[in-house]
Design a protein around this ligand. Structure first.
Ligand code: UDP
Length: 485
């Protein structure tokens, strides 16, 4: 096939690890399943540089990486602020607004591709946070779609809450979503910025604009599985007018997640020496941390549960995320005690999560329930102890506990005032890790969900196989229709 005959797909993830990783995984998937496609992934210079310097599987080496200029300092951000992992949580909304400045450069890039290829890309697949890219696609006559890196239920609830701010219209602690009266949200399930929002604040301004643009996109592909998220998908299809195709789980091969760093051998070696399914992996994702008093409660609960654990730990809320870790944030001599007993390991900074979740010694995941963490855990058969902190995480945890039965929530939120109790941590961790009645039931459900996730990608009948085919059929038919005009 001549280069000129090959269709071009442009991927445009938001600047956050939890978005870049699944887009990279999608790029990998597209190269494997549709090798004739030209796949270009676009991001800001530092992110592209990080991807280039990460160890990549062969299917990723043929992805074209293009950067669009971005100046964090022009928006009052630190110079390295090209992902959410590089900034404290309160600056996340500044990064949202700063990201709007990418539009002219993105448009120029699509223009360059169009000129070089002699036609526009077959499709632009953009992030939920870059829904504005629909205007760029329209200008060039390209099929526009959103790749939703969150689950269907979480995306629907989060979008609906931001659109209507229903908690402002009631004094009650519990209230239904306007479009979905059966879905009851508790005030404690609102992240702080949503609780404070009044429709004119910077969070509302950014998110409400992107959410309303979702209704203009041609299609949504979503990182979930039809058979796993039946309710969530039914809700999302009610919310958005375009076709929605689940294509999940789209999970990176361990080495392709960016920021996978060398020098983690000691972690995997420690896991090698532990009994099967005995270790609880603890992590709050790439951008969230908990408050210092909560860290102490968690540490004491873990110690009292007598469960082996591997905890990825960063400075607490209010401290420099990249700063030095101070022992006073934990119970006295906690780290030494755990190390001497050989029962707990603290990893400061970043851990190879996929490798850890894939390891036979890992038997549970105390997680903030970011959607990638959820998929990575469930697709490897690891049950979840949920401690959701922000965004869609709160609704991912609700759905997993109430609908899928694959997790138990242990705490929520990362403010000092949020409930976090060592006794509850001890009880829940014991229940999930040491085979209590509920723990057994959760493991059974996790195995079922793992099976459904695997089936979604089996050739022929798999729902995600079909979803991806239908998506490309729709893009190609728009291209043909465009050519006839
Ligand atoms: N991750 C990792 N090591 C860490 C923390 C996070 O590899 O120490 C990866 C994790 O495997 C996942 C992503 O970063 O792919 C985090 O995405 P998620 O949606 O779970 O949470 P977010 O960071 O977006 O809140």
């Amino acid at each position: 096939m001549e280069a000129g005959d090959r269709q071009h797909v442009v991927l445009f993830p938001y600047m956050a690890q939890g978005h870049i990783n699944p887009f990279l995984a999608l790029a990998e998937l597209l190269r494997r399943r549709r090798p004739t496609l030209i796949v270009t992934l676009v991001s800001t210079p530092l992110n592209i540089q990080n991807i280039k310097s990460s160890p990549c599987p062969p299917s990723l080496s043929s992805i074209r990486l293009r950067s669009v200029p971005f100046s964090p300092a022009a928006h009052g951000l630190p110079p390295e602020a090209e992902t959410t992992a590089a900034i404290p949580f309160h600056q996340i909304v500044t990064l949202f607004h700063a990201s709007l400045s990418l539009q002219p450069a993105f448009e120029q890039l699509i223009e360059d591709i169009t000129q070089k290829d002699g036609r526009p890309p077959l499709c632009i697949i953009a992030d939920y946070c870059f829904a504005w890219s629909v205007h760029v696609a329209r200008r060039f006559g390209a099929f526009h779609s959103i790749f939703c890196t969150s689950g269907a239920y979480g995306t629907t609830v989060y979008s609906s809450l931001w659109t209507h701010l229903p908690h402002r219209k009631t004094n009650s602690d519990e209230f239904p979503l306007p479009e979905f009266p059966d879905t009851i949200i508790h005030r404690s399930q609102l992240p702080k910025h949503l609780l404070m929002a009044d429709g004119t604040d910077p969070w509302s301004d950014f998110l409400q604009r992107q959410i309303s643009l979702l209704s203009e996109t041609d299609a949504v592909i979503i990182n979930t599985v039809e058979e796993v998220e039946k309710t969530g998908l039914r809700m999302l299809r009610k919310l958005l007018p375009c076709p929605i195709w689940p294509v999940g789980p789209v999970v990176s091969s361990p080495s392709s997640a960016i920021a996978a760093i060398a020098g983690n051998d000691h972690i995997l070696k420690w896991l090698d020496s532990q009994p099967p399914a005995s270790v609880l992996y603890v992590s709050f994702g790439s951008q969230n941390t908990i408050a210092a008093p909560q860290m102490k409660e968690l540490a004491m609960g873990l110690e009292a549960s007598r469960t082996r654990f591997l905890w990825v730990i960063r400075p607490p809320v209010g401290f420099d995320v990249k700063g030095e870790f101070k022992p006073e944030w934990l119970p006295e001599k906690f780290e030494e005690r755990m190390r001497d007993a050989g029962t707990g390991v603290l990893v400061h900074g970043w851990a190879p999560q996929l490798e850890i979740l894939s390891h036979a010694s890992t038997g549970g995941f105390l997680s903030h329930c970011g959607w990638n963490s959820v998929l990575e855990s469930l697709s490897r058969g690891v049950p979840i102890v949920a401690w959701p902190l922000s965004g869609d995480q709160l609704y991912n945890a609700k759905m997993m506990e109430e609908e899928l039965g694959v997790c138990v929530e242990v705490a929520r939120g990362n403010m000092e005032s949020s409930r976090a109790d060592r006794v509850v941590v001890e009880k829940v961790v014991k229940e999930v890790m040491h085979g209590g009645q509920r723990g057994k039931e959760i493991r059974r459900r996790v195995e079922e969900v793992r099976g459904l996730m695997k089936e979604a990608w089996t050739e022929g009948p798999g729902s995600s196989v079909k979803g991806l085919s239908e998506f490309f059929r729709a893009a190609a038919s728009m291209r043909r229709a465009g050519m006839k005009m």
